[in-house]
Design a protein around this ligand. Structure first.
Ligand SMILES: *Cc1c(COP(=O)(O)O)cnc(C)c1O
Length: 369
């Protein structure tokens, strides 16, 4: 097999069975999308017009009044926070991220204060926000959110993510009600979500998505929502957003990836994965079944349970061997402490599932027990 571009640079071939991960370069971009990127990179355009055109086209997918394309979702968080604090006023925009003297508190649930490879609080502070946590890490009540609002509050931030605490939290409707009652903008971080319309339809003012995660776009992100707030986001281009600039080519790439997104099947179904799970279960010390995503998305994965007593290796050791082989195989390793890792089929290329099963077989055969 010919070497891929990274192997040509002396790096390992990677099989990604853990999903879209920043540490592995997030997503693989379809060739039709890359063709658009390459054409966009090689020509000139009036950037302001492209920004508006991209906003209009993204909004066709989300149902929002307008949208603003960013370099990534983290930039989207910083920019939407700066939009809330400055309301787009040019003098305030120029002052960011120093928000002294302005209402700058961003209210979020403690159970939503996540780290996705960087703390979400870093992105909030980059936008001039001061983080105010509401509730306990496992439980929050609406009165606590109400009570936290004061004259220094700039916005409410709701995070939808598998990283969040999933139980005992407030709903998006709770956030919409409190935001409306106090006339405050509501920001939703939906970075890895697939549903382009739900969060806008629920009444949020600025909803943030990552382009590279669910939509297989080149590195990009976008904020979609109410025109007044998207205008305030666009105004940040003359402030903090300049340090987070997205090129014309990736802006175009995002548009083509979104057009293509609706036509893309969502990965193998439970039934299609079952024979693979059976093949793994036939190996010594390994038991595989099919699990659904814990954030209840329509994603199925193969969960492999390692029996240390049968295999002589625990799940950590098997996962490490997968990762450290000639081909680096990355699985989802959130539950290694429970003796489990899982295989996400959505990011696998043709033939790669077979390579993983073969490698597991090799590991089982070489395990000394
Ligand atoms: C990945 C992620 C981000 C950041 O997305 P980037 O596009 O990589 O900046 C923000 N919030 C959540 C919840 C994420 O999962």
């Amino acid at each position: 097999m010919s070497q891929n571009i990274y192997q040509q640079l002396g790096l390992k071939r990677v099989i990604n069975a853990c999903g879209k991960m920043t540490i592995l370069g997030v997503s693989s971009v379809a060739s039709g999308v890359m063709k658009a990127v390459s054409e966009a990179a090689g020509a000139f355009v009036e950037i302001d017009k492209l920004v508006d055109c991209a906003g209009e086209r993204v909004s066709r997918h989300t149902g929002a009044e307008d949208s603003y394309v960013t370099s990534c979702a983290s930039a989207g968080i910083a920019i939407s926070v700066a939009a809330a604090i400055t309301q787009g006023e040019p003098d305030r925009v120029a002052q960011m991220p120093d928000s002294s003297g302005l209402a700058n508190e961003i209210l979020m649930l403690r159970g939503h204060n996540v780290d996705y490879g960087a703390p979400i609080t870093s992105a909030i502070r980059l936008g001039g926000g001061r983080v105010v946590e509401v509730g306990a890490s496992n439980l929050a009540a609406r009165w606590q959110l109400e009570r936290a609002v004061n004259e220094r509050t700039a916005a409410l931030l709701f995070v939808k993510s598998h990283h969040c605490v999933q139980k005992g939290m407030l709903t998006i409707d709770d956030f919409v009600r409190v935001a409306r009652a106090h006339n405050l903008p509501l920001i939703v971080d939906a970075a890895a979500e697939e549903d382009l319309r739900h969060w806008v339809a629920s009444g949020a003012d600025m909803v943030i998505y990552s382009g590279a995660k669910a939509f297989n776009a080149p590195t990009s992100g976008f904020i979609t929502g109410k025109k007044r707030w998207i205008d305030a986001c666009k105004a940040q281009h003359h402030g903090i957003a300049r340090a987070m600039k997205i090129g014309k080519e990736n802006m175009v790439g995002l548009l083509f990836a979104l057009d293509r997104y609706h036509q893309t099947p969502q990965g193998p179904t439970e039934v299609q994965l079952r024979p693979v799970a059976e093949a793994i279960s036939a190996l010594r010390g390994m038991q595989a079944d099919i699990e659904q995503d814990d954030a209840e998305r329509a994603i199925w994965r193969i969960r492999v349970r390692i029996s240390q007593s049968e295999l002589g290796l625990d799940a950590r050791a098997v996962e490490a061997q997968l990762r450290e082989g000639d081909i680096a195989i990355y699985t989802r390793r959130y539950f290694l402490h429970e003796g489990v890792f899982s295989i996400d089929p959505r990011t696998l290329a043709e033939g790669e599932m077979e390579i993983i099963v073969a490698r597991l077989k090799e590991i089982a055969q070489h395990a000394t027990h």
